[in-house]
Design a protein around this ligand. Structure first.
Ligand code: PLP
Length: 386
């Protein structure tokens, strides 16, 4: 082809996760690669959507979202965390938390600005930064993935503008502790950095740990862009409803980029989510957490039985396992071997590291799956033992 593409296309490719889904479909395997979450959508939400369609929520909304949803989000944050946010000026509804991150990067980062990403990282964070001209600076973390502040400090340069705190994290399942968030605050204040968070798995936190939104740490709120959404909590990854919370002046600027990129999130879907968020009781969230804890334990047991030792996650719904005993020189070869021999699809560890060889001993398994599928996958893994 002679037509020239933009330089930013270099190095931006289809995610390894989507590729594994295609490979899995070819062999009719059980897909524990993509975090699509094929669980039931809460009936309250489905009903709310039908009503919103009948009631005619058909037009553009304000670019920062419907009043009903911004207010429901603010009410939810107040109820769960005692966190007081202004729904008129500090909450922006977006097309997924992915859309929130993109708009936030457009508003906050200039080309060449560096953002520290604890590694292993979620590939979209890196790719989004890269697509927009920012520089993702991976900072290697070792299991059990406690935050290594020495390593973060060592990675700082005069171009560092922000740090990403993904909690609970994909792919590690790491849940940042209050003490870590306070240390993050100290670092951010000292070096005048923004903090991007990604709290999309906030309801999936296990073993008595708590999810602490970084913005609720004293002195961190004024420099934090909180990203979250409903894809995982309500099993609606395809609805694309997310949001961000930021200080008013920052939120306003970010909203302009939401407007430029896609005007607003789909109105009927916003209204449906607003109603579900206002109506669903705490027990709904406790139940999804308990269900996923049981799934975590089930898949970790099966991985142990298969001699693929898991790094037991503190939160989220993924587990990294050590697959170094499987034949193959790379993580891709190892997960392809696993798929061929057991019918279980996972994501090669290399997808979560800058250095393509760094994750060769790892694979990521998603356990947000229907019981029957997870059961099938676990049985297949157990059969691999030895
Ligand atoms: N953030 C993380 C850490 C994720 O793992 C995912 C999906 O896998 C997303 C964001 C996507 O969120 P959304 O559907 O709100 O764009």
């Amino acid at each position: 082809m002679t037509l020239r593409l933009a330089q930013r296309t270099e190095g931006v490719t289809q995610s390894e996760i989507r590729k594994m889904t295609l490979e899995c479909n070819k062999v009719g395997g059980v897909n524990l690669s993509q975090g699509v979450c094929d669980l039931e959508v809460p009936p309250v939400l489905r009903e709310a959507l039908k009503q919103a369609v009948d009631e005619g929520f058909n037009t553009y909304t304000r670019f920062d979202g419907l009043d009903s949803l911004r207010h429901a989000i603010a009410g939810d944050l107040k109820a769960r965390h005692g966190w007081q946010v202004d729904p008129e000026r500090e909450v922006v509804v977006t097309v997924g938390s992915t859309g929130a991150f993109m708009a936030a990067c457009l508003a906050l980062l200039d080309p060449g600005d560096e953002v520290l990403l604890p590694e292993p990282y979620y590939g979209y964070h890196r790719n989004c930064l890269r697509a927009l001209g920012g520089v993702a600076v991976p900072v290697r973390h070792q299991a059990p993935f406690d935050i290594d502040f020495d390593a973060l400090r060592a990675a700082l340069t005069p171009r560092t503008r922000a740090i990403m705190a993904c909690t609970p994290a994909n792919p590690t399942g790491k849940v940042w502790t209050r003490a870590e968030l306070e240390a993050l605050r100290d670092l951010a204040v000292e070096h005048d950095l923004f903090v991007f968070t990604d709290e999309i798995y906030e309801h999936f936190v296990y073993d008595g740990r708590e999810h602490v939104p970084p913005a609720t740490i004293e002195g961190l709120g004024e420099r934090t862009i909180t990203l979250s959404g409903f894809s995982k909590t309500y099993a609606i990854t395809g609805w694309r409803i997310g949001y961000l919370v930021a200080p008013a002046q920052v939120a306003e600027k970010i909203s302009y980029f939401v407007d430029i990129a896609y005007v607003c999130a789909p109105s009927v879907l916003q209204e449906a989510v607003a109603r579900a968020l206002a109506e669903l009781p705490p027990s709904y969230y406790q139940q999804i957490c308990a269900d996923h804890l049981a799934k975590r334990d089930q898949v970790c047991d099966a991985l142990r039985a298969a001699d693929l030792p898991p790094h037991v996650p503190q939160g989220s719904y993924y587990v990294l396992a050590d697959v170094s005993r499987l034949p193959g020189a790379t993580s891709k070869e190892r997960v392809m071997h696993l798929l061929r021999t057991s019918g279980v699809a996972s994501v090669p560890g290399s997808a979560f590291f800058e250095d393509p060889r760094a994750g060769d001993h790892l694979a990521r398994f998603c356990y947000a799956k229907k019981d029957a599928d997870l059961q099938r996958a676990c049985e297949a893994l157990r059969e691999m033992a030895g």
